[in-house]
Design a protein around this ligand. Structure first.
Ligand SMILES: NC(=O)c1ccc[n+]([C@@H]2O[C@H](COP(=O)([O-])OP(=O)(O)OC[C@H]3O[C@@H](n4cnc5c(N)ncnc54)[C@H](O)[C@@H]3O)[C@@H](O)[C@H]2O)c1
Length: 174
């Protein structure tokens, strides 16, 4: 896996949030407040640089949330994946993702991680959430993940006990 860090190599998961002024947006996204999730506060400074974001799962909610990240302005949606090619394409078109970085099938998420992203949105089906989050964290990616974060107690243990501090996840419903 090849999830890129900032070139200086010193970005922490906490700085990831702070560097693009995303704290408010991320909090809102985690709270899934429709309509306000992507807005940066009017007083927020413009992001110094954009985070390279990968996106896995381009269904109804996935496409909507990916659009909010794009709308926020602090993210460059660099790669997308969905099991179905037509959904990956539709999402890729909407987010301005190059056709060469629209991946499909069951291994699409791995190709997203290998594409040079720094953060990943995991919005596919719950069965895959722990596996994909584990791979993303192992690749040094920041993670925003849909609920439920896991579907059995074994995988829930990974998310709650082993996941490094700073992994973004929706803690409201597990
Ligand atoms: N819809 C909601 O209101 C809602 C609310 C809270 C959380 N969620 C969660 O958000 C996630 C997405 O919800 P949705 O409504 O967009 O579902 P959806 O069924 O519309 O989309 C899921 C997408 O994931 C893709 N997918 C499945 N396995 C994949 C894999 N291995 N690799 C790549 N793509 C894969 C599917 O092809 C599909 O397009 C789900 O985990 C769901 O539990 C949904």
């Amino acid at each position: 896996m090849n999830c890129k860090r900032q070139s200086s190599g010193d970005i922490s998961r906490r700085r990831f949030l702070g560097s693009v002024g995303t704290t408010a947006a991320a909090t809102s996204l985690l709270a899934a407040a429709p309509g306000v999730a992507a807005q940066r506060p009017a007083t927020a400074e413009p992001p110094r640089r954009k985070i390279k974001l990968g996106w896995v799962g381009c269904g109804a909610r996935g496409a909507w949330l990916a659009g909010l990240f794009k709308q926020h302005g602090g993210y460059d949606v660099h790669a997308v994946a969905d099991y179905f090619p037509d959904l990956a394409d539709k999402c890729g078109d909407a987010l301005g993702v190059d056709k060469s970085r629209r991946f499909t099938g069951l291994s699409g998420f791995q190709k997203v991680l290998e594409s040079g992203v720094e953060a990943v949105g995991i919005l596919d089906v719950p069965r895959f959430h722990p596996e994909h989050a584990r791979a993303a964290v192992a690749a040094n990616c920041h993670v925003y993940m849909a609920k439920p974060v896991a579907v059995d107690i074994h995988d829930l243990g990974f998310i709650t006990n082993e996941c490094p501090d700073g992994l973004l996840w929706n803690h409201q419903t597990i």
